[in-house]
Design a protein around this ligand. Sequence first.
Ligand SMILES: [Cu+2]
Length: 144
Amino acid sequence: MSRSRLVIVALIAVIAVVAAWYLMRMMAPPPSDLDLAREKPSAAGLYHVAIEPELQPLEQGRMHSWIVSVQANGAPVTDATLTVDGGMPQHGHGLPTQPQSTGHVGEGRYRIDGVRFNMGGWWVLKIGIASPAGSDTAEFNIML
Ligand SMILES: [Cu+2]
């Protein structure tokens, strides 16, 4: 085998190994102890956050909204600004859309529009909450 041909074969082998590694990572099941709670304290403990999809049951590929409830010390937080981020930890990609909070809809509840999960698997929704009480985040795991 000529030297250039050897280099090409070696290159193809490396690409195949890397591709196989990515495929195995994407196909791997999510952690068995994944916390699927839809209600939890925020990361720094400033808020208690609950999320609920308006689409029941959740469906792949459909645009829908979520209701996020925010409380602090047992009382609804009515003056927060919410941001949404997320993605699929095992696929290394973010959300396919840019969900937006359309504001407070009463009693500490906020509507998040424009959520769409374009594939099945393990998704993470990160809710950012800013109010005079402080800034905090809450991360939720969603299986689809
Ligand atoms: Cu994905």
